[in-house]
Design a protein around this ligand. Structure first.
Ligand SMILES: Cc1ncc(COP(=O)(O)O)c(C=O)c1O
Length: 342
């Protein structure tokens, strides 16, 4: 078990710590002033990511939230709406920052993580028909994988259908866990990104980098995002020190996500065994297991007493997230604890 203070921490993949290879790369990183565009390691990371996902350009940002917010800021106009799954991170977990960037959200059902093209088409058509009465949509935003839907990865055809339904509207993909989707569905990240205007991807979750996310998109959009990043105070000077870990993440940590997915399936099976009516092992397709329970606090307390940390993401929804810092022994400890949970 590789968990600080002896606990099996399944609250989130954000708790991962940098690997020894990352720490070595960080110690030896070449750096410069990134506000002048002179940090060679940041530049290498941005180029490597852009190439990996088939985007023209990329920008290194401190967090996934900032990457999403830059996309909203740059791609929307004042007074327009963002058509988005109702439970997406950009709606529920970014402290209302979207509102501060002038857009408001038009939330549509995202029960299984997928935004139905019919809802996108409807939102656009309704605004056209209503004319001045209806707020004009300016952006479609999807989340891949979809956290609240239990880490559900998108099928490429579903994304293509949304892209078509969006017509001329830009599409932003919150790909905080894009590479989990790539590994789970064998769809290259670049194929997903071909259906989006911009993509945000986190290096600091399952890929284990200590800090940082990337925003990819067309050259002119990324140039604009760079200006907005500075406006938000997000330019980081000698950021090569952390970008170096990001390069290791991108180059060496993607394929191993399959191990996290296998461990999540093991946990999902344990959930299904303990609560046969609520668990569905097939649902855990990446590294996140969610299930309904009327008294989640009692389950969290019980798991904690057995040395396992879990999270709740709704009044009746529990979540376990597998990652690099939880091994098979840790998962078996969680399986045992789940078996005796209230
Ligand atoms: C789907 C999704 N998008 C965006 C973010 C934001 O990333 P960060 O915590 O780096 O700001 C998260 C973080 O958990 C996430 O799960």
């Amino acid at each position: 078990m590789v968990v600080s203070d002896g606990l099996v921490d399944l609250r989130s993949d954000t708790v991962t710590r940098p690997t020894p290879a990352m720490r070595r790369a960080m110690a030896g990183a070449e750096v410069g002033d990134d506000l002048y565009g002179e940090d060679p390691t940041v530049n290498a990371l941005q180029d490597a990511f852009a190439e990996r996902v088939g985007m023209e350009a990329a920008l290194f940002v401190p967090s996934g939230v900032m990457g999403n917010q830059l996309a909203l800021r740059v791609l929307t106009e004042p007074g327009t709406t963002v058509i988005t799954g109702a439970r997406q991170h950009v709606v529920l977990y970014e402290q209302g920052a979207g509102g501060g960037h002038v857009a408001q959200f038009h939330g549509v059902p995202d029960h299984d993580g997928v935004v139905r093209p019919a809802y996108v088409a409807w939102a656009i058509e309704a605004a056209e028909i209503a004319g001045d009465d209806e707020t004009r949509p300016g952006l479609v935003c999807v989340e891949n994988t979809h956290m609240a839907a239990g880490g559900a990865p998108w099928e490429l055809d579903d994304l293509r259908a949304v892209r078509r339904a969006a017509r001329r509207l830009p599409v932003h993909m919150d790909g905080a866990r894009l590479f989990n989707a790539e590994v789970a569905t064998a769809t290259p990240a670049a194929d997903y990104c071909a259906e989006a205007t911009t993509v945000m991807c986190c290096l600091s979750k399952g890929l284990c980098a200590p800090v940082g996310s990337l925003l990819g998109g067309p050259v002119e959009v990324i140039a604009e995002a760079r200006v907005e990043r500075q406006r938000m105070g997000g330019a980081m000077r000698q950021a090569g020190v952390i970008a170096a870990a990001g390069l290791v993440a991108l180059e060496t940590m993607v394929e191993r996500l399959a191990e996290d997915h296998a461990r999540a399936r093991r946990l999902a099976e344990a959930v299904a065994e303990r609560w046969p009516d609520t668990g569905d092992p097939g649902r855990a397709r990446t590294n996140i297991v969610t299930w309904h329970h009327d008294g989640p606090a009692a389950v969290v307390d019980h798991l904690r007493s057995e040395g396992v940390l879990a999270a709740t993401i709704a009044p009746d929804v529990l979540r376990l997230v597998t990652h690099h810092d939880v091994d098979d022994a840790g998962v078996e400890r969680a399986v045992k604890a789940l078996a005796t949970a209230p």
